[in-house]
Ligand binder design. Structure first.
Ligand SMILES: [Zn+2]
Length: 85
């Protein structure tokens, strides 16, 4: 499960955790938040904790089996085909 991401703050990619990402999103309604995967640099979607019991986490918008943080990871490690830089 991915619980950390990178967010560009003042021009630099900084690591933040899922609770911080959700907090930033809540406090910046309507603002596009580009969360990227620390491993493959693909874009991530932030999910809050659901009533079903699923804990807050990130998920790739577009799965990348070459990402070492993906549950579907398969060698070799590969950068995301649409990386955020
Ligand atoms: Zn990734």
């Amino acid at each position: 499960v991915i619980v950390e991401c990178e967010l560009k703050i003042d021009g630099n990619w900084s690591t933040i955790d899922i609770s911080e990402a959700l907090r930033l999103r809540r406090s910046n309604p309507g603002k596009m938040m580009l969360f990227r995967c620390p491993d493959c640099h693909g874009r991530l979607r932030a999910h809050p904790t659901y009533n079903s019991g699923t804990r807050a986490h990130f998920e790739h918008l577009r799965e990348n089996i070459g990402c070492q943080l993906s549950a579907k990871f398969r060698h070799p490690a590969k950068r995301h085909p649409e990386p955020l830089d």
